[in-house]
Design a protein around this ligand. Structure first.
Ligand SMILES: Nc1nc(=O)c2c([nH]1)NC[C@@H]1CN(c3ccc(C(=O)N[C@@H](CCC(=O)O)C(=O)O)cc3)CN21
Ligand SMILES: CC(C)C(=O)C(=O)O
Ligand SMILES: [Mg+2]
Length: 270
């Protein structure tokens, strides 16, 4: 089957956009073909997030992630899936400078990964860029509130909207990205009533992470909800304990190798 036929069968950007106020949108991150194949059966969209720099590569923030790294993981996730919309994060430094630079890099991501949309961080300040991309055929998911690529300016990963005086600026960010043509917006790391208020204020679906159950959808980092990360922010609900499962498996394998209990008759060639 041609990859073009497969692309058409996936959940589309307009289908996600129409879910505003409807059944909540399910999404998770994936960075890897085989885990993405499992997520693909349940998620409406899969985000190849730049959090992969921290989760897969042990970086301290997402600032060091390159365009090539995003493309490499994006290709793996597209290959491993057939149903969900695949959204790839634009990494720090690949879109902020100008709309033209953002278009060039977003187009490269789309051509080389065959993903269906890109995501970039920033509200009102990125509105011109979001418009430039969407008018030229690149669907954009926006991302406001706690924007990890700005953590050096914010002084860390800080929950937003604790001071009610800042709410209007966040609302303005949400309105600006909507007006600019974003098909959805991630609300990350903000107090619950602010996320609920933004969700009511804009016509595009809001996707919450550390935000509110009122959002039009939710996203989590897959490894966080699987219990694979030693640290988890308060907003993570851990649904599985893969860390301890991996530890137990590796421990038993090491014991078997040392005692020559592995390999057995079943695992050798005669
Ligand atoms: N594995 C992983 N999961 C994520 O959700 C995630 C990443 N990586 N990398 C990129 C960003 C960074 N994120 C983070 C990282 C830390 C906190 C954190 O420590 N939060 C504090 C609260 C801080 C405050 O109240 O201001 C917490 O205790 O939950 C939050 C979001 C979310 N994103
Ligand atoms: C946490 C989500 C929204 C993200 O941007 C990422 O995983 O990089
Ligand atoms: Mg990200």
């Amino acid at each position: 089957m041609s990859s073009q036929t497969e692309t058409i069968r996936r959940i589309t950007v307009p289908q996600i956009a129409r879910r505003k106020g409807g059944e909540p949108i399910v999404s998770l991150t994936s960075y890897h073909a085989h885990t993405a194949a499992i997520v693909d059966r349940y998620a409406d969209f899969i985000l190849v997030g730049d959090s992969l720099g921290m989760v897969m590569h042990g970086m301290e923030s997402t600032v060091g992630v390159s365009l090539d790294l995003m493309i490499m993981h994006g290709r793996a996730v597209v290959r491993g899936t057939k149903r969900a919309l695949i959204v790839v994060d634009m990494p720090f430094g690949s879109y902020e400078e100008s709309p033209a630079m953002a278009f060039r890099n977003a187009a490269q991501i789309m051509k080389e990964t065959q993903c269906g949309a890109v995501k970039l961080e920033g509200g009102a300040r990125m509105a011109e860029t979001i418009r430039f991309l969407t008018e030229r055929g690149i669907p954009v998911m926006a991302h406001i509130g706690l924007t990890p690529q700005s953590s050096h300016v914010m002084g860390g990963f800080k929950t937003q909207g604790r001071d009610e005086d800042t709410w209007e600026a966040h609302l303005e960010d949400a309105r600006a990205v909507t007006e600019a043509g974003a098909f959805a917006v991630v609300l990350e790391g903000m107090v619950e009533p602010l996320a609920a208020k933004i969700t009511k204020a804009v016509e595009i679906p809001t996707i919450g992470i550390g935000a509110s159950a009122e959002c039009d959808g939710q996203i989590l980092v897959l490894e966080d909800m699987l219990g694979l990360n030693p640290w988890t922010p308060k907003f993570v609900k851990v649904y599985g304990q893969l860390g301890p499962m991996i530890e137990d498996s590796v421990k038993r394998y090491a014991e078997d190798v040392k005692s020559r209990a592995f390999p057995t008759e079943d695992e050798v060639y005669r």
